[in-house]
Design a protein around this ligand. Structure first.
Ligand code: PSU
Ligand code: MN
Length: 303
């Protein structure tokens, strides 16, 4: 699919023509998920890891009325530094494009734009999901509805325990989205390489994951696959320690009447601030780890 609101960098255009492996990356994690300058350092390092592992990175964002696929280092710097960058999920896309604003794309919006460009593999840290308390707030991320529709695989470090992991897994099952954990039986929870949940599916090599993806899509089963890549042990923040911070963050969000799209960034910032940077370091380590796996899966998929 191509449209006049899509702007694909020359490098990515050529990579698409030559059937080279490409890995999409989101920009909300840069603008709203991590503080400056670590956000920019991480985004650039992640791109480099993807290149070192034989694939081509395509960071995605909305700039000046275009959905851009493949950002320059300067553009990534801008997204890291600028204060009034929109967090763009699906419902924000038409507004931010029409108003020619800077828009950092969430998992949902990044997937949609990646699909427009013809990219199949997307690496991030963590997806949005069903929030704790969703039974009354109805706070369910558009990342999940998008994953039901759009055929782009998402490599993440599992589901963050700021969310309700069990309900998110139920929702993914309802929507027919396969959940595969790389090389272990326990479903990981972002900062921790485990959770109280067993993974629905396990695969042990990038080749098997790529095979499953191409078979899924050949079967006409549209939509994503969530690939959970457990954080390496040495970077883990113990679950019990995180739980305290999460409970405080949720209480603070409540006290400050944080709702809607502001909930996730508020909680992430609160936790980063109150864990003395430990969670930030874990976040950086896990996304780099995901970048490596994503690049290898992208290579296998075009092989
Ligand atoms: N989880 C993280 N870091 C992030 C996000 C989630 O650990 O940066 C971002 C992603 O861009 C994700 C978005 O798509 O938050 C989900 O926001 P919401 O819950 O408002 O849908
Ligand atoms: Mn929400």
């Amino acid at each position: 699919m191509s449209n006049s609101f899509l702007k694909i960098s020359l490098e990515i255009q050529q990579a698409l023509q030559n059937n080279q492996p490409i890995v999409a990356l989101e920009s909300t994690i840069i603008s709203h998920g991590m503080p400056y300058p670590k956000n920019v350092e991480t985004a650039l390092a992640v791109e480099q890891i993807i290149r070192d592992n034989g694939a081509i990175p395509a960071t995605i964002a909305v700039i000046n009325g275009k959905c851009c696929v493949g950002l320059s280092d300067d553009e990534i710097e801008t997204f890291g530094k600028e204060k009034n960058v929109w967090k763009v999920s699906l419902r924000d896309m038409p507004y931010v494009v029409s108003k020619k604003l800077f828009g950092a794309t969430t998992v949902a919006a990044t997937m949609r734009i990646a699909a427009m460009a013809g990219i199949k593999i997307f690496v991030t840290g963590g997806i949005g999901g069903v929030h704790r308390g969703a039974a009354t707030t109805m706070d369910v991320s558009a990342d999940l509805t998008e994953m039901a529709e759009t055929s782009v695989a998402v490599i993440s470090a599992g589901i963050k325990s700021i969310l309700d992991i069990g309900l998110t897994l139920e929702y993914l099952e309802t929507k027919g989205i396969p959940v595969v954990t790389f090389n272990q039986q326990t479903f990981p929870s972002f900062y921790s390489n485990e959770s109280e949940f067993k993974t629905p599916l396990q695969l042990n090599t990038a080749k098997e994951i790529a095979e499953m993806l191409s078979i899924k899509w050949s079967l006409g089963l549209n939509g994503s696959v969530l690939i959970a890549n457990p954080i390496p042990k040495e970077f883990e923040v113990p679950a019990a320690q995180m739980e305290n911070h999460i409970l405080l963050a949720l209480a603070a969000a409540d006290e400050n009447n944080i709702t809607g799209k502001d909930v996730t960034p508020f909680i992430l910032q609160y936790i980063a601030k109150h864990t003395g940077g430990e969670s930030l370091e874990a976040n950086i380590a896990l996304i780099k780890h995901n970048a490596k796996l994503g690049a290898v899966i992208a290579r296998e998929l075009v092989a």
